[in-house]
Design a protein around this ligand. Structure first.
Ligand code: OGA
Ligand code: NI
Length: 329
């Protein structure tokens, strides 16, 4: 694995190796509609006092975009900075150290990989390395996390706890907005979170490559911390790519066709490495995923079938994003 990490060899190349050149229709330089700013993407102030207003804005953003950014979310800036720094230091370690620190679990609950870990629809690789591990509230799996850089477990432990609290708060607001039971998402729908630290090294030919493919996240809610200054994340809305200028957090939400799962992708740049931290609220493998029962009626029948989350993920990996069509009733 270590020799394959993009971060191990990118600086030896002045052009992109053929295996990283995306087919023409996916190359960023050929995208016809890329908007110039993110002014239309909703920003929600979680510090506001009008709870009903916050809920309305979250639901509206989730219906229109499947995506919004939050400010005044209560996670300490210092903790965000420390976490960002520790992940950046992790990616700066020697490749063999990174591999050693991320392969303590024979069952793979913690792993380091390059590109996107294989999807049948991928014809080219992606310009990124990622460290991924589980971070459940029980503290289980922490003993498989990296111990280097010093302080990793303590800092990432605090960060993932805080992000869980924030995610549950947002899920509560969403439940209320959808008139679901306030605890709708607690328990098996949200107790298997995962954190991924992405590293997108500088790329000599950003117009030909992608850091991450066009995709929807397959989980309940994602909280993404983007490195400031670099605009690389884009979401697809009405046929146009909207670049998302970094504000500390961004979210992607999915449900039974009422709230959108945003299609998004990541482009590369030629000057600096970019780092992001994605925190994913995942259901347990055995949890049944399907349209929320209280939202269904004879006039609003389910449009997706239900199945175990683990089975859905497996199908998604084996069949690719088109599996979503099979779920449609
Ligand atoms: C993801 C993702 C975007 C980014 O991890 O699913 O879309 O900018 N990340 O790293
Ligand atoms: Ni994503």
């Amino acid at each position: 694995m270590d020799g394959k990490l993009v971060s191990s060899w990118y600086n030896l190349h002045s052009s992109v190796p053929q295996s990283y050149v995306q087919p023409p229709e996916r190359q960023p330089c050929n995208a016809v509609h890329v908007l110039s700013t993110n002014q239309k993407v909703p920003v929600i102030d979680l510090g506001g006092h009008d709870r009903d207003d916050i809920i309305r804005n979250i639901i509206k953003a989730s219906e229109e975009y499947g995506f919004f950014q939050v400010v005044n979310h209560g996670v300490a800036k210092e903790l965000m900075d420390d976490t960002y720094k520790i992940f950046k230091e992790f990616h700066a370690m020697l490749a063999n150290e990174k591999v050693r620190e991320s392969s303590k679990d024979p069952n793979g609950s913690c792993k380091l990989y390059t590109s996107c870990g294989g999807n049948i629809n991928d014809v080219a690789k992606y310009w990124k390395d990622s460290l991924e591990h589980r971070c459940p509230p029980s503290g289980e799996f922490t003993w498989y996390w990296p111990e280097k850089p010093d302080g990793y477990r303590e800092i990432v432990g605090r960060y993932t706890q805080e992000l869980r609290a924030l995610a549950l708060r947002i899920l509560d607001l969403i439940s209320e907005g959808l008139e679901l039971n306030p605890n709708y998402f607690t328990g098996e729908l949200s107790d298997s979170p995962v954190v991924i630290s992405h590293h997108y090294p500088p790329c000599p030919e950003p117009s030909l490559t992608l850091g991450a493919p066009q995709h929807k996240d397959p989980n309940i809610l994602t909280i993404l911390f983007q490195q400031p200054e670099i605009t690389a994340l884009q979401i697809l809305k009405d046929g146009a790519w909207i670049p998302i200028e970094p504000i500390p957090n961004a979210f992607v939400i999915i449900s039974n066709g009422r709230l959108k799962g945003a299609e998004h992708r990541v482009i590369t740049n030629s000057s600096t490495s970019r780092y992001t931290i994605a925190y994913f609220i995942y259901p347990r493998k055995e949890a049944i995923i399907g349209p929320a029962k209280p939202l269904l009626s004879s006039t609003s029948p389910p449009i997706y079938s239900s199945m175990e989350f683990g089975e859905m993920l497996e199908n998604l990996y084996n069949k690719g994003p088109n599996f979503e069509n099979e779920l449609h009733l």
